[in-house]
Design a binder for this molecule. Structure first.
Ligand SMILES: Cc1ncc(COP(=O)(O)O)c(C=O)c1O
Length: 343
């Protein structure tokens, strides 16, 4: 069997999760009748100290439903240049909501509040685009699983709100940030107006994200979810997987982080230009292959021939993501394969 480290989205629902799915009480969620969806939305909203939540089939849709409540057509959202919202949602904010974006650069996606605060231009009048919101990604996926420092989040939130600019959190992997930093979900939550979280990444649910915000924002997002064709019926089957994931799969993320660190340490011992293990804070290992003379695509395909699947995300940048279907034995096997390919 191949070892699949392309993403933490590749996991199989466990037998116990499938039992929870089978046992879920359900109803027609478009009528608001699904008790399992309703309790999941309330549960996640309470966790982050928000008024309301909305079940969404994907993290991308949750992000898009939320940012359109903050930024109107022709207005501006700021984010980091490798953020999922601007790199991997295929221009959805522009295509569906008329949102324009500008981006700031950073090392590993690590937030320094000065960069967005310098870029922001609120109330820009009739000549320039007005900044309405700033999006922060935590952890930062394409930055290599970077955990955003809570002090910088707080400084940015305070500075932005003082200027009438809203804050959005793309918290697809906020669970990993919480485990790595010890910062509570409520503490993260209080700095943001809207938040998206994913249940289908490290937490291992097959489908599902929750959009969070004020009652008004979520009521608006609910209308747009239906308008986009994503009003779902007995979707408590999926919400039950989300409840199971929250009950069982948060604390164990520490294991994924330890294995990612183990991989980074072993590869750095082989060639320290590949990665600095100190930068591997969560479950993502980003490898810089330029000094090896091998492209990321080449590296990925040679690993694949040997039974290890990884992602080539740039010319010389490869990504591995650890997850709940990846154990210590597979970790050692994956390291051995990569060392052999690099030799
Ligand atoms: C940081 C981040 N945000 C949002 C998403 C979107 O999630 P989905 O694939 O469910 O649309 C992803 C997916 O990988 C992600 O990494």
């Amino acid at each position: 069997m191949a070892i699949d480290l392309r993403s933490d989205t590749v996991t199989q629902p466990s037998a116990a999760m499938r039992e929870a799915i089978a046992a879920a009480p359900v109803g027609d969620d478009v009528y608001g009748d699904d008790p399992t969806v309703n309790s999941l939305e309330e549960r996640v909203a309470a966790l982050f100290g928000k008024e309301a939540g909305l079940f969404s089939p994907t993290g991308s849709l949750a992000n898009q439903l939320l940012i359109r409540t903050l930024v109107k057509p022709g207005e501006e959202l700021l984010t980091e240049e490798r953020a999922h919202i601007v790199r991997a949602e295929l221009g959805a904010g522009a295509a569906f909501s008329g949102i324009t974006t500008r981006t700031w650069s950073s090392d590993r996606g690590l937030l320094n509040a000065d960069a967005p605060l310098a870029l922001a231009h609120e109330s820009a009048g009739p000549y320039l685009v007005s900044t309405k919101a700033i999006a922060v990604e935590n952890t930062h996926n394409f930055g290599g699983g970077t955990v955003q420092p809570i002090d910088e989040i707080a400084r940015l939130s305070e500075g932005a709100h003082a200027r009438g600019i809203a804050m959005h959190l793309d918290g697809a992997r906020i669970w990993n940030a919480h485990i790595a930093s010890g910062v509570s979900f409520a503490e993260y939550g209080k700095h943001f107006d809207t938040i998206s979280v994913c249940l289908s990444k490290g937490l291992g649910a097959p489908v599902g994200s929750i959009a969070l915000g004020s009652k008004e924002a979520i009521a608006e997002a609910r209308i747009w979810r239906k308008r986009y064709g994503a009003g779902m019926r007995q979707v408590g089957l999926l919400a039950a997987a989300g409840h199971f994931a929250l009950d069982h799969n948060i604390e164990r993320l520490a294991e994924d982080h330890a294995r990612a660190h183990r991989i980074a340490t072993a590869l750095a011992a082989h060639d320290k230009s590949l990665i600095d293990p100190a930068t591997v804070e969560t479950n993502i290992v980003g490898l810089e292959l330029s000094a090896t003379g091998m492209s990321a695509a080449d590296f990925a395909s040679r690993c694949k021939e040997r039974g290890l699947w990884i992602s080539a995300l740039g010319k010389s940048y490869a990504r591995l993501v650890t997850h709940l279907d990846f154990d210590d034995q597979q970790c050692e096997a994956a390291i051995a394969i990569m060392v052999e390919v690099l030799a």
